[in-house]
Design a protein around this ligand. Structure first.
Ligand SMILES: Cc1cc2nc3c(=O)[nH]c(=O)nc-3n(C[C@H](O)[C@H](O)[C@H](O)COP(=O)(O)OP(=O)(O)OC[C@H]3O[C@@H](n4cnc5c(N)ncnc54)[C@H](O)[C@@H]3O)c2cc1C
Length: 293
């Protein structure tokens, strides 16, 4: 299994990378960790003439949190760094949890958070919690930056709203509301190195009475062509007192919205069932956590 011959480019600054990306256009691909890209090249699914390695560019790396403002995560930040970051664990636990479930330690130390989003696999681990947390992506090029909500950036299976010459530079996450909690859940065929057959994330907040749902953003992965932001679950929960009956209705509503397919990982019917199981589990877990803050 060999890749095609390609020229390897190693820009050191954003300006150099933007110049290469715009000059080479569709002949080039950005490479970050390479854990998706190289597999596709070996399978001859893509054969780029140039690879632009963006790992040496300081401006695309790292995790920066500013109290009251939120967090910026550089696109080439390794998944393992997100997994173990104390501030991510504290402020955005759903994201840290998801990062820790991606592949194996070897994969997590090579792969990047930007690569996980740009690969745009419906079963991708981190886009689901990032969307639930309200993340935006900053897309940079020689012409400047544009900021897009992540839920609009991923447009379909392996399809993203990235224009020629643009590079995903960073993710911007808003400061979480002080009383909110975020949680992540997933199911795969086995418990090691599996790709999820369903994943799910929620950002959840209670009113001061610790019973009434104030806010909820509920997102499902691997059940649609891109992360699916539920409309029905917030419509049912917000303003209502949390109860087992309400959770049951919410789980059914999530099942009604999900559009899973049958593939090598799971059947449509199994995924449909798992949406209900995970929704119940996740909402109850988020409710219990929100009562404690
Ligand atoms: C053994 C194994 C297990 C895995 N398990 C999981 C799993 O459990 N869950 C999961 O979600 N994924 C899994 N993956 C897939 C993969 O590891 C992740 O999707 C990873 O986050 C990709 O990141 P990367 O940096 O390696 O991306 P790359 O392979 O470098 O790039 C992926 C794609 O994104 C583009 N790209 C990368 N960065 C940018 C950028 N900044 N701007 C524009 N375009 C960019 C590339 O051109 C390419 O098209 C697994 C892979 C392997 C090999």
């Amino acid at each position: 299994m060999y890749t095609n011959n390609f020229e390897y480019l190693d820009p050191k600054t954003p300006g150099e990378a933007f110049e290469m990306a715009s000059r080479l256009g569709s002949k080039a691909r950005i490479i970050a960790g390479g854990t998706d890209l190289i597999v596709l090249m070996k399978d001859k699914i893509i054969s780029p003439e140039y690879l632009i390695d963006i790992n040496d560019i300081e401006e695309f790396k790292g995790i920066n949190y500013e109290p009251g403002k939120g967090m910026v995560i550089g696109a080439t930040t390794k998944i393992a760094e997100v997994e173990y970051s104390e501030i991510v664990i504290e402020k955005y636990p759903a994201l840290a949890h998801a990062a820790g479930e991606l592949g194996s330690p070897q994969v997590r130390y090579m792969s990047t958070i930007g690569g996980n989003t740009c690969n745009a696999s419906p079963s991708g681990e981190t886009p689901t919690p990032l969307v639930a947390l309200g993340a935006k992506v900053v897309l940079s090029s020689a012409a400047g930056d544009r900021e897009v909500p992540l839920e609009n950036f991923i447009t379909g299976v392996r399809s993203i709203d990235l224009k020629e010459g643009e590079i995903l530079a960073k993710f911007v996450l808003p400061e979480p509301s002080p009383k909110s909690v975020s949680r992540y859940a997933y199911m795969g065929a086995r418990d090691a190195m599996e790709i999820d057959c369903v994943n799910m994330a929620v950002n959840f907040e209670l009113e001061d009475d610790k019973q009434t749902v104030k806010n909820v953003k509920f997102v499902m992965g691997s059940v649609f062509v891109r992360p699916l932001v539920s409309k029905a679950v917030p419509a049912l929960l917000i303003g209502q007192k949390f109860s087992d009956e309400l959770v049951e209705k919410a789980a059914e509503a999530a099942q009604g919205e999900a559009r899973p397919i049958t593939d090598v990982r799971a059947s449509e019917e199994y995924r449909h069932e798992i949406v209900g199981v995970l929704a119940r589990r996740l909402l109850k877990e988020a409710f219990a956590a929100a009562r404690e803050v």
